[in-house]
Design a protein around this ligand. Sequence first.
Ligand code: CA
Length: 229
Amino acid sequence: MPADQPTVLVVEDEAAQREVLRYNLEAEGFRVAAAGNGEEALVMMDEEAPDVVVLDWMLPNLSGIEVCRQIKTRPGTRGVPVIMLSARSEEVDRVRGLETGADDYVVKPYSLRELMARVRAQLRRARPAAAGLRLEYEDIILDAETHRVTRDGQELKLGPTEFRLLSTFMEKPGRVWSREQLLDRVWGRDIYVDTRTVDVHIGRLRKALGVHGGGDPLRTVRGAGYALG
Ligand code: CA
């Protein structure tokens, strides 16, 4: 399973509803992590690094609103889109009023097709490469659907790891990625790889990007990691 397969975290205390969501999201090609309460959800935000969160309002103990507020105030998770599920439209109005930072709201009973469309929409915004879109940075074009990369119109040959590295950089130009963050995103969290491996693949990516000429678009940030531009 590729490490860049998008992950959706489902937070729902009712097991039957949780499983329906899991089944449908997996059928859409997502990796699914599921939590039955808010405390577990917050732990999973760190452990599973989801790309999108589907969060039920009615949870025991820590409410969906409080979970959302915590996700949106922590520096490591605040950029992750949250879709809030709620039983009544009045609750949705309250969520909006409370400014929890939720990115979207869906009222129960919802149509699964509509919910899946909303998950995909949030993913396109947060992880364009994982959603199969075309990314551009200066003269570099990466097509995530066909896995083709061109620079100044000429095709580049990249290995699968270099391709995932480049798509990670191109999703957020200017962002500095630490070696550990690149390992999590590109190699996956369950695999043990030495951080020096990152440097080796960055070297290969630089070489591949410069094969037809052009400057080195990757920047080494001393003591921090790497960035595009
Ligand atoms: Ca519930």
